[in-house]
Design a protein around this ligand. Sequence first.
Ligand code: FAD
Ligand code: NAI
Length: 475
Amino acid sequence: MSKQFDVVVIGGGPGGYVAAIRAAQLGFNVACIDEWKNAKGGPALGGTCTNIGCIPSKALLQSSEHYEHAGHAFADHGIKVEGLGIDVAKMLARKDNVVKQNNDGIAYLFKKNKVAFFHGRGSFVKASEAGYEIKVAGAAEESITGKHVIVATGSNARPLPGAPFDEENILSNDGALRVGAVPKKLALVGSGVIGLEMGSVWRRLGSEVTVLEALPTFLGAVDEQIAKEAKKAFDKQGLKIHLGVNVGEVKSGKNGLSIAYTDSKGEAQKLDVDKLIVSIGRIPNTIGLNPEAVGLQLDERGAIVVDDECKTSLPNVWAIGDVVRGPMLAHKAEEEGVAVAERIAGQHGHVNFNTIPWVIYTSPEIAWVGQTEQQLKASGRAYKAGTFPFLANGRARALGDTTGMVKFLADAATDEILGVHMVGPMVSELISEAVVAMEFKASAEDIARICHAHPSLSEATKEAALAVDKRTLNF
Ligand code: FAD
Ligand code: NAI
């Protein structure tokens, strides 16, 4: 006998667990199926984000940043550190504990919101009058039926052709977060978000890091001026980033790896390293979901086909997060989860793709929302730009971190904010003001006229807004 639910969510990552909670808040009888296992084989809710993504990477970025500060920046403050060392095992244990707190937090939220949790792999069996029957293959096999189904099965790391992940030498984001000792030499293929974040972690801890990137431009999706500023900072830190390369054969042996590639001039090169992290994007995941059983349509990339409202090719089956089109970001998955739960309840859930912020948690951090200057130029839209450097910000000077700037792009005629781009200290937090402003269709002048606390990094945001009208006060 199949257990009946109003809503069954397959996948307990940020998309799935948030969708389940919101659906429960709206009064539905909700089940969530997730197959992730912790080291002991028990459940570990939170998906890629919590287990091998956002959360553990930020924990290691924090630890490695403390280490770098203790080794370099503290001296300027008159703080003497002698005998500085890194206990990698302890750092990893702390990271694992941070992950566990998040796993447990979600399990608690499920109890609080009366979401029934099933640990195991969910796969479609058939459609019936009652909804969609789903088999859960876990410690025991169970059958559940949902009138509505939300698929939130996430994504997996894309391997390099001819170099499958062994998580020993050739690492995905999973292995990259578990390296037991600081590699002397580390290579990363792909200078995207993971490449820069994980490259920064291990460089700060002492690895000699080389990043091999296929494209000739650095961070092509980022505003050019901001990407240039970030590249300058990474070069200064000693992160070796080679652009326009073509990675060839990867030979992996007992003593490390040898990577053949051609550089941007077309010359053959060889790089010998202890470990290789491959960060060349991610593939939507429908492994084991059995979409064929019900005729759920996928596209050529393997993503579930959805419309603007996350409706799939099947009635009452929805899909959200990394397994569908759009940016692979935890907060995008969450917003889609909430919107779908509200649509199921007959409400008007909405996700504004124009105001989804991006953050790269390197040092300096990089954050943006809206359109880049190159996009505005390409679309022919008349715009005004204003920038303000952290060099002229009192709080940044006091912090001892004056790298970077804030940049505003506003419509030339109406002054509406079209994009805000930042590189510098704590811009992961500063970007929220820009998101709020854009959601309310604010003008640059609106931000320029708002009182910002002194001394604070957010004054750079206000000053960049003033710069749109060429009237900065402190630069
Ligand atoms: P996932 O988080 O992948 O969750 C899917 C879940 O479904 C998993 O638990 C999986 O086990 C389960 N599942 C899959 N198939 C089945 C099945 N058939 N039955 C049962 N369960 C199933 N994004 C950010 O916004 N900020 C960041 O800082 C950030 N950092 C990242 C760092 C790294 C190293 C990586 C790899 C990613 C990072 N991301 C970040 C991206 C973010 O992790 C993803 O966008 C997000 O996790 C997508 O959420 P999701 O719910 O769609 O899928
Ligand atoms: P990415 O898409 O950010 O970057 C991949 C990079 O690899 C690109 O620059 C691409 O040109 C390059 N590339 C592709 N094939 C290549 C090849 N054969 N040789 C050399 N270079 C090649 O993907 P990444 O870093 O794997 O991250 C996946 C996704 O996870 C991100 O796009 C993002 O959505 C998410 N993420 C988000 C984070 C955040 O929000 N802070 C942190 C980490 C990941």
